[in-house]
Structure formats: C-alpha cells, structure tokens
Design a protein. Sequence first.
Length: 163
Amino acid sequence: MAIAQTLMNYLKERGVNYSLVEHEHTATAIASARASHLPAHQVAKAVVLRDDAGYVVSVLPANHSLEISWVNEELKRNLKLAEEREFKALFEDCEPGAVPALGDAYGIQVIWDDELQYTADVYIEAGDHEHLIWLERKDFRDLMSALPHTIISKDAEVGCWKY
C-alpha cells in the first residue's frame, strides 16, 4: 500500500513535500524506528483515545509513553484508550494498527507532545506497517500548529516532568 490515500491527499492539498521510508514489517512505532535505523524520538506514534464526546489522536515520540491524565487535564475530558477494533472505521484506508499521526487528515481531534517540535525531522506511520512518511520539522510544525499541544508523555530516561 505504501501511503494511505487520505494522507497523500492531505499532504498534497497543503503543499507539503514528503518522502517515504521503507522498512521491514513492524507492529509498533518503536520497532519501525529500529527497522528504519532512525532515532526513536523522531518517529511520532499515534495513540487513539475516546470518550462519550468522540475520539482524539495523541501524538508523541515513539520512545515515550502517553500520560492520559495529562491529556485529560489539558483537554478537560475523560478519555480512555480506544480499542484497536474501532480503528478500521476511523482510518478506513489504513491497515489495522497502522494509525497515522495526522489525525486531522481524518477529521479527528489531535493533541501532540511538545517534545516533537524540537526534533530535526519527524517520521509518521504511512498507513501500513512497512512505510514511514518523512516530514521536515517546519512542515510538521506547520501541519500541527493550530492543534493543541503540551507535554503529554514521558520517557523512561527522563521520567515525569516536574512543574
């Protein structure tokens, strides 16, 4: 498949240049980073959450874990992890589990982690388990600039952020 048609159209409509990075079949964003020989903090994973008001795609570095309570605090919601069986209806042109970080392309609310604005380039799932989309930092930030963002994750090395 390479790239989901919805993503291709979304990037084209916004005039964003991108490249595809092919890798062996993987099941997780962190595995995709390893298979592509990329730093895990540059691969953005998408975690789908839901509540009675709908879905939210949380976007964070592949080597981080989502802090749902931080997302709920920021968005003033009561979100929980969505189940993978729900993804097919949300991302019709993607393989199951290959959720792209550009939820906006699918009309789904997005919140993204501030850590991603400082990385050189960003790589996201292309909609299958064998390709990543490479975006320049500027283009990723432009696509995400109007969407809510804050610290929503932590990594094992840094631990929790302190305020």
